[in-house]
Unconditional design. Structure first.
Length: 532
């Protein structure tokens, strides 16, 4: 059918319009998509919404496990205290030791354990030889964020779980923590130990006589703590240096350390007659003696040399630990009767107030302590010197092999646990001001007591000599503890200065305080080693 030109145009337009609209629509959709793709507004919120759940889970787990870590650290500290408490009790208690050690461990743990737990219990396990005590804690800690997993897995708590952790396996986490206290003598269990006890047995220690009784108990307690039964890994030995107005070294050792006196030396010839020994079988005409002018300057006295008691060393080696082969110590002359135990009344037992070289024989040490007897004045410088000699390797040749002090070089060598291989320790105990010193082995004119001879001590007074000896001992890297038992201000000041530092001085005003001082020293010497 033919149409006019106008009609053709109309048909053409009509025929073409649908395709054009479709194209425009497609282009519009593409533009819309492009605009949507290009539009970034709201994406952070969308991403945050998507990440919120895992982020909350991570934070929740961090909180749960952070709480568990805190509880574990707190529990470890409580167990350390419990293990040390058990070890300390085992060191000092000799009856029902395990029962008391376990009770102490439980008491310390109950006091120090964490409180932000569902439950926390401790078990106590000693080693077969009772030298190590292991404590183990089991703690249940709430984990509320982790507990939501119960909605997915529906698992009940493990057998034995406490109330609050039984219905949901994920609501609590179980922590097991351990600590072990090893009873080893020496700093942290890594050192050999040598201890010399200077013990005052002067007459004032029996005023009242409960003082010497308290001293004996304190010294024996220290020995029980310091000298541990197991010496296989590290050794611990104690020496005794009792003193009064002289030091009893025994009849065998005396000639070796003081030399042999010349028999019957005097400004005028004299000998003991039969009459002078008639009523005393301990006196013999052959006794070695010496005569000097009286302190008053009028007349003379005769002194007999002691077969066992020695006095101060004079000369260039007065305040050193040079061996007797280099310089002898002083002889001791004590009137016409030299049978006294260096100031103590006559004793038939030769072990009364006798020095004891280093040993780990606790039975021997305590038996000698039991024999201590009081009397005489206070020559504290002599006790100080002999506490040093018993620790000095220079003097070791005089003693049996097991009693010979170790070399000073070991003090600077590091052993197990980065601790010194060796500790040398002097414990100096006295109850009075040092008041007697000597000239030529006789009580000197410048003593604070009644002098016997008209000459002053070559080294000065006892306190000055002791001060010089203390300085020398500390310079030798020997640790010095000092204990004053009801002392005056002069003695107190000296002892404070003599000690290694302020923490090494003890001022005991009662018998109980003296025992506490010796125990504290012992526990400082025999430190416990903790292992986890």
């Amino acid at each position: 059918m033919r149409t006019s030109a106008g009609q053709r145009d109309l048909v053409t337009v009509r025929d073409v319009e649908p395709a054009s609209v479709s194209k425009r629509a497609a282009a519009g959709r593409q533009a819309l998509i492009a605009r949507l793709v290009a539009d970034r507004s709201g994406s952070v919120a969308m991403l945050f919404g998507l990440m919120l759940i895992p982020l909350a889970a991570v934070v929740g787990l961090a909180i749960d496990f952070g709480r568990a870590y805190t509880v574990n650290s707190h529990t470890q500290a409580a167990l350390d205290a419990a293990a040390l408490a058990a070890g300390r009790v085992a060191q000092v208690e000799k009856v029902n030791t395990l029962t008391k050690a376990e009770a102490a461990a439980n008491a310390y743990f109950d006091q120090a354990k964490p409180t932000n737990v569902v439950a926390s219990t401790m078990t106590f396990t000693p080693s077969s030889d009772n030298t190590e005590f292991t404590v183990t804690a089991t703690s249940w800690v709430k984990t509320p964020f982790l507990g939501v997993l119960h909605a997915l897995f529906k698992n009940a708590g493990p057998s034995g779980a406490p109330a609050g952790c039984q219905s949901n396996r994920f609501s609590c986490v179980t922590l097991t923590t351990t600590a072990t206290a090893a009873l080893k003598v020496g700093g942290g269990g890594g050192s050999n130990v040598e201890v010399a006890l200077m013990l005052d047995v002067t007459g004032s220690m029996c005023d009242p006589c409960t003082k010497i009784t308290d001293l004996k108990a304190a010294a024996k307690d220290l020995i029980d703590i310091v000298v541990w039964d197991d010496q296989s890994e590290h050794t611990s030995k104690v020496a005794l240096a009792p003193f009064a107005e002289a030091v009893n070294v025994g009849t065998t050792l005396a000639p070796l350390v003081r030399g042999v006196p010349i028999v019957n030396t005097s400004s005028t010839a004299e000998s003991f007659t039969t009459t002078s020994v008639l009523n005393d079988p301990t006196k013999q005409p052959t006794k070695q003696w010496i005569k000097y002018s009286k302190a008053s300057g009028s007349g003379t006295n005769t002194w007999v040399v002691s077969s066992k008691c020695v006095t101060e060393r004079v000369g260039p080696q007065a305040f050193t630990d040079a061996p007797p082969t280099v310089a002898f110590v002083g002889k001791g002359y004590f009137g016409t009767n030299a049978t006294t135990s260096c100031g103590v009344a006559n004793h038939s037992d030769p072990e009364v107030n006798l020095i004891v070289p280093l040993t780990n024989d606790k039975t021997l040490l305590k038996s000698r302590i039991d024999k201590l007897a009081t009397g005489g004045s206070t020559a504290g410088h002599l006790g100080t010197a002999w506490a040093w000699y018993l620790l000095s390797p220079s003097w070791g040749y005089l003693f049996p092999p097991g009693s010979q002090p170790a070399p000073y070089a070991d003090l600077s060598v590091l052993g197990a646990g980065n601790m010194p291989k060796l500790r040398k320790i002097a414990v100096l105990m006295t109850d009075g001001e040092y008041n007697i010193n000597y000239c030529k082995g006789v009580e000197a004119l410048n003593s604070n007591q009644t002098p016997d001879i008209k000459c002053n001590s070559e080294n000065g007074k006892s306190l000055a000599q002791a001060t010089s000896l203390c300085t020398a001992i500390k310079n030798a890297k020997i640790e010095v503890f000092t204990v004053g038992f009801q002392v005056n201000s002069t003695a107190r000041d000296f002892l404070k200065n003599c000690a290694t530092d302020a923490s090494h001085y003890y001022d005991a005003t009662t018998g109980d305080a003296l025992k506490a001082a010796f125990r504290d020293i012992a526990l400082k010497i025999s430190s416990l080693r903790l292992t986890h």
